[in-house]
Design a protein around this ligand. Structure first.
Ligand SMILES: [Cu+2]
Length: 215
């Protein structure tokens, strides 16, 4: 038991050290990036890296734009690791990635393709409650001031007013790898219409955070 605990601690320290090193490398290139003129828009990256060195960061992390300018996020990873750009302006609207849903009628879930190494996750002891991906995390979605939910098309462009409760890019995949998650996106563009600081994070890696300051 003692040995296992020690091993866990060592592995944890190694992981934390690696994470700090990775973050430190990124911070150097993460000064605030300013949009240069009224027509310019900024391209930002959600994630990056490859299978052995995955980057769970937004780069640039802090962006400054003028009212009316926009920011487009993409995912430059070489592997199909999804990320989201998620603005939670009302704390009550945080959306989980997966959530339980009841299936009132008997339904059989078949994997696609049938040979896939997959099966629906059912709540133990409850055959008609499945755990499924939350569409408000997976797909581009907005919850407005009144609480009305709107799903946007993949690769959405959205004009943020600042009164929304929740704005989510949906899962962003590297171009060419979006088929790994049907219906997902490769870009998300936001036009900022109101001055303020807009913090956002990745719904899949909540420690990934960024901000857009609008002047
Ligand atoms: Cu992420």
């Amino acid at each position: 038991m003692y040995k296992i605990t020690t091993l866990v601690i060592i592995v944890t320290i190694a992981a934390v050290t690696f994470a700090i090193t990775a973050i430190g490398t990124m911070v150097a290139s993460n000064e605030v990036v300013y949009a240069s003129d009224s027509n310019s828009s900024i391209l930002a990256h959600a994630g990056g890296g490859n299978a052995t060195d995955m980057l769970s960061i937004f780069a640039p992390q802090d962006i400054q734009v003028n009212v009316g300018q926009n920011v487009t996020w993409d995912n430059p990873s070489t592997v199909a690791e999804p990320h989201t750009v998620t603005f939670v302006l009302d704390n009550k609207t945080t959306a989980d990635i997966v959530s339980p849903f009841s299936v009132p009628n008997s339904t059989q879930f078949m994997p696609i393709p049938p040979t896939a190494n997959s099966e629906p996750l059912k709540v133990p002891g409850k055959d008609n409650v499945v755990i499924a991906a939350n569409a408000r995390s997976y797909l581009p979605a907005v919850i407005d001031e009144q609480g009305k939910v709107t799903h946007l098309a993949p690769n959405a462009t959205y004009s943020i007013t600042g009164n929304e409760k929740y704005i989510n890019s949906g899962w962003l995949l590297p171009k060419g790898q979006e088929q790994a998650y049907p219906g997902s996106s490769t870009t998300f563009t936001v036009t900022f219409q109101k001055a303020g600081t807009y913090k956002y994070f990745c719904g899949l890696h909540p420690w990934m955070m960024g901000s857009v300051t609008v002047k």
